[in-house]
Design a protein around this ligand. Structure first.
Ligand code: SF4
Length: 419
């Protein structure tokens, strides 16, 4: 029996959804342009071979030095500020709790994902280390310096977790291992646990096993697209990119076997053309396998093949955030929820007062990701403003306050509590 309710009527006494949502037909990426031979494979950077000198802040006006993992890694501005290697302050955030370390090479990522600022088609436009990624720049830092600072801070470190983010590159399996070894040689993974954001395209089950044996605690797979069709369009042949849905699932199931329940998960971007029913079916499938989902709100990254498309409407995003939280952490099943003919959530499978209570707690609208030290449903990976501008926050990198919650209620079209 289908749980898609074929009407626009709302369950749980809530008003029906807003008609606007990012439908599949409207979310077509651009076709990537050919890169001139002189700009392919990081040739400019490799031929000029400028030696790196410590921390490199992305700068489109200078010749990018030749930096490679495992000696160098990139990190978000938020992580660099928290680590104290870059000046700056973040809107309403003291720091980030997750140190995301991104592997880096002059050749960059060899994939071409349509929504990603790091994609290969940008070779002609910007050197790899200067490309924006999830809305912000990613400074490059010597790995030794990163480890020195975190080891020096010891138990006082602000970080609750470290994450090694792989990209699609022939060296990335070996270098993920090298970065993990460099970390665990000086920092106890029981104090700051390690997650792996994997690149399944280059990995085999033995690679997954090896990372577990070397001390990684959680393994995630960035499916990003919620359906096979959308995956092919945004990460596969549709954009001349090497990824395959089947391979991603093979490695995801390897991770389930090797890392075990609650220690694996998948990233999903909401609003690239899937329906709410489709993305929540995937969330349920992951929970049934024993894993978790980490959601990102689609944002048209400047320079990407989807930069002409609209960000996910906030009402669509909030419904999926709330429903995902209920499935992941409150034991509600998708079969209890109701949907309209367009696959939009019209009921959350709980009485309105209980839904209201979860909304009021606010945790459902925080950034989702691997847990930190506060509680299982509060992510260490808070990615400040990684999927929205601070003026219209999608994933809250902190606990939403009363005014934030009033805005969220308006976006969800549920009554605003006076006060
Ligand atoms: S594999 Fe990852 S880093 Fe590379 S283009 Fe795709 S999303 Fe971006």
């Amino acid at each position: 029996m289908s749980c898609v309710k074929q009407s626009g009527e709302a369950a749980s006494g809530l008003p029906g959804p807003d008609p606007a949502f990012n439908a599949y037909a409207a979310m077509q990426p651009r076709v990537p342009a050919q890169t001139p031979a002189e700009a392919r494979n990081g040739r400019r950077v490799k031929e000029s071979a400028v030696p790196p000198q410590g921390v490199y802040l992305p700068n489109d006006n200078v010749l990018t030095p030749q930096m490679r993992s495992p000696e160098y890694v990139q990190m978000s501005n938020a992580a660099a500020i928290t680590l104290g290697i870059m000046p700056g302050r973040m809107h309403r955030c003291g720091c980030t709790r997750c140190l995301n370390l991104l592997l880096t090479y002059p050749e960059g990522c060899r994939a071409n994902c349509a929504y990603c600022g790091l994609a290969r088609h940008r070779e002609a436009e910007r050197d790899y280390a200067d490309r924006n990624f999830i809305r912000v720049d990613w400074p490059a830092v010597p790995m030794e310096q990163v480890v020195d600072i975190v080891a020096r801070d010891g138990m006082k470190s602000p970080f609750h977790r470290m994450c090694i983010s792989m990209i699609t590159h022939p060296r990335s399996d070996e270098d993920a291992v090298a970065v993990l070894k460099a970390w665990t040689a000086r920092i106890d993974p029981a104090t700051i646990p390690v997650s792996i954001l994997s690149n399944p395209t280059t990995m085999a089950r033995a690679d997954v096993q090896r990372l577990r044996e070397l001390g990684a605690e959680i393994f995630t797979v960035a499916l990003d697209a919620a359906t096979p069709t959308l995956f092919e369009r945004t990460r596969g042949k549709g954009v001349q990119s090497p990824h395959r849905w089947e391979k991603y699932w093979e490695v995801l199931l390897d991770a389930r076997d090797v890392f075990g329940p609650q220690k694996f998960g998948a990233h999903i971007i909401v609003g690239m053309g899937e329906t709410e029913f489709e993305v929540l079916s995937l969330v349920q499938q992951l929970v049934d396998l024993g894993g978790h989902s980490h959601l990102f709100c689609f944002f048209p990254e400047q320079g990407s093949l989807m930069d002409h498309l609209p960000a996910t409407p906030r009402d669509q995003w909030r419904r999926v955030q709330l429903a995902r939280y209920l499935i992941d952490f409150a034991g509600v099943r998708i079969e209890q929820m109701s949907f309209d003919a367009e696959g939009r959530v019209t009921g959350y499978g709980l009485p309105a007062a209980e839904v209201d209570d979860v909304v009021g707690q606010g945790v459902a609208f925080r950034t989702s990701g691997c847990p930190g030290k506060f509680s299982d449903d509060v992510s260490a990976c808070d990615r400040p403003y990684g999927d929205s501008p601070p003026s219209d926050i999608a994933s809250f990198p902190f606990q939403p306050n009363k005014r934030d919650l009033q805005k969220i209620r308006r976006q969800l079209r549920i009554p605003v509590v006076p006060g």
